[in-house]
Design a protein around this ligand. Structure first.
Ligand code: SF4
Ligand code: SF4
Length: 448
């Protein structure tokens, strides 16, 4: 149904908890050649291709990749952290500039999304800029921007202030230029559901075309061992199935209020109203090492072709069936890439499912929430108002009374999720390293 294509794992960010840049840390400089990317799409023949990574806009042939996939007739999602989007869209304008584009360009300048200098460069682009391959707006292509919460939470997760602001600027610019724009969000143990609703309201007011949302899930053998040996409760470490169901108890309502991509059957599963069996093979991942099995999250091997992966993996070993985990690592998993296709493919079909899925996806979409200054004020609750994570780090380090843990361990009332929707499973142990870094800085230089 969807190919998760990872042409590279290099990234301009180092988000707390990014699974991808760690799992593939030894091959960060490697890239999948363009021809192999296009061949992989033909190989599994999925109608949709999600180009992820790493940061796909760093891939030197991203424009050619998008054009090649479009020539194959595929729907494309570019899963990006948003930082390079405006640059790519300026390149599009420089290549396609004509007086027809002028009014949009002036609007972009008026809204501070393009500087006067950049606008002039677009108007007077040289031959090289005019002939450069670019990513053009298309109803078959989406920018899919990673947003895991409002400003404070998002910047904290990506470990860089200003990224949320840049994502919003890129989304606004994309909408003015006629691109389709979606967002992807991962929900973790710490995710504050109310903040997510605020985030959806704000994104809807920016006319974002849709959202993917998935529970994150971090399996960690060491934590499992702690559960077993030390008798700790799983919910202290994992986003268990019960916790996921609690977090997603309002998912069906969100599906009515916002354009949440996917199937209502999967939403019923997330809300704990029915069971599904994982169909991880329906959203396969291809990267520098080949076809990754069994799924986007777990790696038990890589295969040279999609067919070999299908034939050689013992799929009966994975997933949860009738409440019993076939593999202990699957026990708490309800992720989008494993179960949303199950909802579409009818693996646990119930009468009316097809009609429900059809109606949900082809009926008119929910109306956008009207933009308001109040919504925007709530969205920019971090660096923009002097409450960035660096400011908090400084405060934590400077104040003997303020423990670093107090400043940085987030609870349900403070934060959004830790993880990502575009780049793989997150590792919550990373948070402990973040705390440790603060502690080390404080111990080595109390005046810092
Ligand atoms: S989560 Fe995505 S944006 Fe963040 S470091 Fe990983 S690949 Fe980069
Ligand atoms: S249940 Fe989840 S972790 Fe297990 S194979 Fe399916 S998608 Fe992967």
């Amino acid at each position: 149904m969807v190919l998760q294509l990872e042409p590279l794992h290099t990234c301009n960010l180092t988000c707390t908890g990014c699974g991808r840049i760690r799992e593939y840390s030894t091959s960060l400089k490697d890239m999948v050649p363009l021809e192999d990317c296009l061949k992989a799409a033909v190989d599994c023949d999925a109608p949709m291709v999600s180009i992820c990574g790493g940061e796909p806009l760093i891939y030197p042939k991203i424009e050619e990749l998008v054009a090649g996939l479009r020539a194959q007739g595929r729907i494309i999602y570019i899963c990006t952290n948003g930082v390079f989007m405006r640059k790519k869209m300026r390149e599009y304008m420089a290549a396609h500039y004509s007086p027809d584009l002028e009014h949009r360009l002036q609007r972009l300048v008026a809204e501070n999304l393009v500087t006067e200098k950049e606008a002039d460069a677009i108007r007077h682009s040289d031959g090289a800029a005019k002939h450069k391959a670019v990513i053009v707006p298309s109803k078959w292509m989406y920018w899919n921007v990673h947003v895991d919460g409002l400003e404070f939470t998002h910047d904290l997760i990506v470990e860089r202030e200003g990224v949320f602001k840049e994502c919003v600027a890129a989304i606004r610019m994309a909408k003015i230029l006629g691109y389709q724009t979606a967002t992807n969000t991962t929900v973790y143990k710490e995710t504050d559901v109310e903040e997510l609703e605020d985030m959806f309201n704000y994104l809807s007011s920016l006319n974002v075309d849709g959202h993917t949302i998935s529970p994150g899930y971090d399996y960690d053998a060491a934590k499992k061992d702690m559960v077993k040996r030390l008798g700790k409760k799983p919910e202290d470490f994992f986003l268990t199935r019960a916790m996921t169901i609690k977090k997603f108890s309002r998912i069906q309502e969100w599906g009515r209020l916002f354009t949440i991509f996917g199937t209502p059957v999967y939403q019923e599963f997330l809300a704990g109203k029915r069971d599904l069996t994982c169909t991880a093979w329906a959203i396969p991942t291809y990267n520098i090492k080949g076809w990754k099995a069994p799924c986007y999250l777990m790696t038990d091997g890589h295969y040279p072709s999609y067919r070999e992966m299908l034939d050689q993996v013992d799929w009966e070993k994975y997933g949860v069936v009738d409440g019993v985990a076939r593999d202990p690592r699957c026990e708490n998993c309800m992720v989008h890439c494993g179960y949303d296709p199950s909802g579409a493919l009818g693996t646990n079909y119930q009468p009316g499912d097809n009609w429900k899925n059809f109606k949900y996806n082809f009926w008119p979409r929910p109306a956008a929430i009207p933009f308001s200054a109040e919504l925007e004020k709530r969205a920019f609750n971090g660096a923009s108002i002097g409450k960035g994570h660096l400011a908090e780090a400084k405060a934590a380090i400077n104040s003997p009374a303020a423990s670093a843990r107090g400043a940085f361990s987030r609870n349900e009332s403070q934060t959004g999720g830790f993880g990502n929707g575009s780049c793989g499973s997150a590792e919550s142990a990373e948070r402990d390293q973040l705390l440790a870094r603060i502690e080390t800085a404080r111990n080595s230089d109390p005046a810092a």
